[in-house]
Design a protein around this ligand. Structure first.
Ligand code: GLU
Length: 431
């Protein structure tokens, strides 16, 4: 059976690059109907923190990357590493140095790695120093613990970032010395920013949970991460989890830089927002409103659903949706200076807004259709274009020059609020 694993070190939050590594392992395991194991490489007692571990597990769960069986912790297997290091000592393959144990590397041999992404890679052992197995503090090194664990847990495929490519020949030497069969290796390309330098904070948030906080949907994140270095081989970009599992193939992983394009990420998320149900979105919007201090218990869920429905097709993230609809969620109108200058401060606007407010005040029904016909009727009477009412009214009520249909916005804004804002804008223009 195929067995893959994800082996994070809990020394920081889950980086988008590590999340992509986890996802490739998970997709590969699911595609092959194998197993996906989770191993925590927590042998660095100083830098490993329980809060990082909690965050990593939470992020994996949020993405939907369930692991098989129990989580393994390297810190609980120290005796096993020592036993094998001492075995190598007794066989003369390793030697002590103070409290440490080092592995002897014989120079002048060519080590050949058959990488599933890069093909054959050859390294001369002249380039490899003797390897520390157990450090003087008693902890195993990454390369040693990794070999022992991948072997003990019968890992068949090691899929990890290119930054580990130089470790693999060292690990192959250890497999041979321990008389163990090595797994297959696949090194996946590092994630680069759009300027092709290594992904860093300059390119946008690099922690996965930042995207969760910004209101990205996990399905969109999975879809986006899956395409970082892999493609289904056709021009499909929106792929459901099932389609990803079905089509994922290590042979289609590229050898070079996967580009992290934040614009594409936002676009992808907007596609998932459009398709998302209100049941999915409402709790996320509520959470985002709470974080902004805009949440009120009095907000009616039916009304909330109307607002979300109105904005979800034009937002990139949940956070963006809340910002766009600020004028509806709060009593503060975020007036955009340019919108005010270009749409409100025009001759005749104050009179038109007042006339519009007067007309709306008398409407028997308060719904989008009634508001629309009142608006168009008034425009005819004023010998104005409907746009000359619609554009300034949108700025007056929402503060913004762009947004969903004004008639629907006014309908959900409510009559009192709409009239108050129209009159306020008219008054400030007249003043
Ligand atoms: N703890 C290592 C890392 O996070 C694991 C590398 C590997 O997959 O072997 O980079």
């Amino acid at each position: 059976m195929i067995r893959a694993r994800f082996a994070p070190s809990p020394t920081g939050f889950l980086h988008v690059g590590s999340a992509r590594t986890a996802l490739f392992n998970w997709l590969f395991a699911r595609h092959e109907k194998g197993e996906f194991l989770l191993r925590i490489e927590d042998t660095d007692a100083v830098r490993s923190k329980p809060e990082f571990l909690d965050e990593i597990l939470a992020s994996l769960k949020w993405l939907g990357l369930a692991w098989d069986g129990e989580v393994e912790f390297q810190s609980k297997r120290l005796e096993r590493y020592r036993t094998l290091a001492e075995k190598l000592l007794s066989e003369g393959a390793a030697y002590p140095e103070g409290q440490a144990i080092l592995f002897k590397v014989t120079p002048g041999e060519v080590i050949r790695l058959e990488d599933l992404v890069h093909g054959a890679i050859e390294v001369n052992t002249l380039e490899i120093k003797d390897q520390v197995l157990i450090k003087s503090d008693g902890m195993p090194t990454y390369n040693f613990a990794c070999v022992v664990d991948d072997s003990d847990f019968k890992i068949t495929h090691v899929i990890r970032g290119d930054d580990h490519i130089s470790n693999s020949p060292k690990q192959l030497l250890l497999y041979r010395a321990l008389k163990l069969t090595p797994p297959k290796f696949a090194h996946i390309p590092l994630i680069l920013g759009t300027d092709r330098s290594r992904l860093s904070k300059r390119h946008g948030a690099t922690n996965l949970n930042d995207y969760q906080k910004l209101g990205y949907l996990p399905e969109a994140v999975v879809n986006f991460l899956a395409l970082l270095g892999w493609s289904p081989g056709d021009d499909r970009e929106i792929l459901s989890l099932d389609e990803l599992i079905k089509t994922f193939d290590l042979a289609k992983v590229g050898k070079t830089g996967a580009i992290f394009d934040l614009k594409k990420f936002s676009w992808m998320n907007s596609q998932y927002l459009k398709a998302a149900s209100l049941e999915t979105l409402l709790p996320l919007v509520q959470q985002a409103l709470k974080e902004r201090g805009w949440w009120k218990e009095s907000l009616d869920p039916v009304w909330m659903a109307e607002v979300v429905q109105l904005y979800k097709d034009r937002a990139e993230t949940v956070e963006d949706l809340c910002r766009q609809a600020q004028g509806l969620f709060t009593d503060e109108v975020p007036y955009d200076e340019e919108a005010v200058r270009l749409r409100l401060k025009l001759p005749g606007t104050a009179q038109r807004l007042t006339a519009f407010a007067d007309r709306l005040e008398k409407l028997p029904a308060w719904d989008a259709a009634a508001i629309e016909s009142a608006c168009r009727g008034l425009a005819d009477e004023l010998k104005a274009k409907a746009a000359e009412l619609i554009h300034p009214a949108r700025v007056a009520v929402t503060g913004r020059s762009v947004g969903p249909s004004l008639f629907h916005v006014l309908a959900v804004a409510g009559r009192d609020r709409a009239l108050r804002r129209l009159r306020l804008a008219a008054g400030s223009l007249a003043a």
